[in-house]
Design a protein around this ligand. Sequence first.
Ligand code: IPD
Ligand code: CA
Ligand code: CA
Length: 262
Amino acid sequence: MLNDIIAITNEAGNMIKNFYRKDFGIEYKTNASNLVTEVDKKSEEIIVGFIKKKFPNHTILAEESGLSDKNSDYVWIIDPLDGTTNFAHGLPFFSVSVALTYKNEVIAGAVYDVMRDVMFSAEKGSGAFENGNKIKVSSNTELEKSFLVTGFPYEFDDEQETIFRLFKNFILKSRAVRRLGSAALDMCYVATGIFDGFWESSLNAWDICGAKIIIEEAGGEVLDYKGNLLEINTGKLKVLATNKCITKKMLEIIQEHNNILK
Ligand code: IPD
Ligand code: CA
Ligand code: CA
């Protein structure tokens, strides 16, 4: 199964690479910050087309086309292009994420770091890999020496103050915080030990499912803001992903902001 996931993620990524800094159609989803390109849709067609052909009875949840009408215990969760804003502006930091869940648990996933040609992958119980080489999370235990990464939603709604307060506090209490623009890659960079931790307040299942199993298999953990194991659903998710060693310290900061926990 993982070989199929890797192959199709790679194929979609290579198609995307051919459009990098070329002309392609761009539309607004809800506002001028929330884009979808022709390339997002093409990538999704490649991946969904493959799954429908090879696993016709499986359910598919894909960002641009939503939930399919099949009712299987196997659900594929797809972000055809994570980091669309970066891609649309020609910033070479974006990815393709494909995950397979069984009874709501991710059992395999791949995230392709398109412009670096790096494939992150994992299957339950078999470790996590970066271009075939085993990876593991960092062993840093100190928040003040931590290198963190986060992201922001396209619409801040009523949580704007909380999201910025959290950002401010992590900047003050860690070594540095980055905002790179692809949640899937941010999380894979935790899995491979570049970052020690990641948090983001309003994500969808397709942003994180591929990377979730990669972090877990690399020895890290993916939780909600209450410190429980993250449950995958079709709603908005508050996500904390760490090397495990700094979880308690990151949760303390998150939990200072009680209204995030509602
Ligand atoms: C976005 C990216 C970004 C995150 C946003 C996501 P998209 O996904 O992952 O890093 O901050 O919350 O929506 O729209 O580029 O697939
Ligand atoms: Ca995404
Ligand atoms: Ca996307």
